[in-house]
Write a protein that binds this ligand. Structure first.
Ligand SMILES: [Zn+2]
Length: 241
């Protein structure tokens, strides 16, 4: 027996004792999560008789989720994401890095799906950056557009966004490095994930990254005038604290 995640609009199936999917659960403030666990009674999903305190906490979670959705960008909503270090994230969404190299082939369920490219906050060394500009083929794929890459990176690494979604691609069917490039230096232990139909977003969307595939969750945007007109998230928190 499962139910859908209680985050409005999320269609992921989760076990009865969980409030929602992993990403949405951890998108809730800690106070709300603790209140849901505190008021949850095992078996309430079977006898359909949750306590009033649980219902209040569950409503606070839904109010928070709606407020969160209302104040965060819609770009990448409900898509999976992968974190890629800069400058490769920006190169992918610009169509200048055609393969993402990993030591494993992507799960079949992800192939053909739209995927957010999240630029991690890690800073590569100046040497690595210089090596990329000199010889982009190993990381960007054979037939890499070296001039285009140098032009995109002309302002240097610090000009690029970090810790943010930067665009989307469709994941193609992974192939091994020697299949993609018969050059004898190709590493047979590496898989090239084709980054198809890249789109760079107009503005980066701040979000936290993770390892592997994860649900893209933009960081909530602060209210422009939190003191005027009431902050919906603060109001929800106020009911609990
Ligand atoms: Zn969910």
């Amino acid at each position: 027996m499962t139910h859908t995640c209680h985050w409005p609009g999320c269609d992921r199936r989760v076990p009865p004792k969980l409030w929602g999917c992993r990403e949405h659960w951890f998108a809730l403030p800690r106070a709300i999560r603790e209140e849901i666990w505190r008021t949850y009674r095992p078996g309430q999903e079977a006898d359909k008789a949750p306590s009033r305190a649980y219902l209040t906490a569950a409503r606070a979670a839904q109010d928070y989720a709606r407020a969160y959705d209302a104040r965060t960008p819609t770009a990448g909503r409900d898509l999976d994401a992968i974190t890629v270090w800069q400058p490769w994230a920006s190169l992918i969404v610009a169509g200048l890095k055609r393969f993402e190299w990993r030591t494993w082939p992507a799960p079949k369920t992800k192939i053909g799906q739209r995927l957010v490219i999240h630029a991690g906050s890690h800073r590569i060394s100046k040497t690595e950056f210089r090596n990329l500009l000199c010889r982009p083929e190993p990381s960007c794929g054979p037939d890499a557009d070296a001039d285009g890459i140098r032009a995109l990176l002309a302002d240097g690494l610090p000009s690029l966004p970090f810790g943010a979604g930067v665009g989307e691609v469709t994941l193609g069917t992974p192939r091994t490095a020697p299949e993609i490039d018969p050059d004898p230096r190709s590493d047979p232990g590496k898989w090239g994930w084709p980054m198809l139909d890249p789109v760079a977003w107009d503005a980066p969307v701040p979000a936290r990254g993770a390892q592997g595939f994860f649900r893209f969750m933009p960081s909530p945007v602060p209210e422009p005038h939190p003191s005027a007109g009431g902050d919906p998230v603060a109001a929800v928190m106020g009911q609990l604290l």
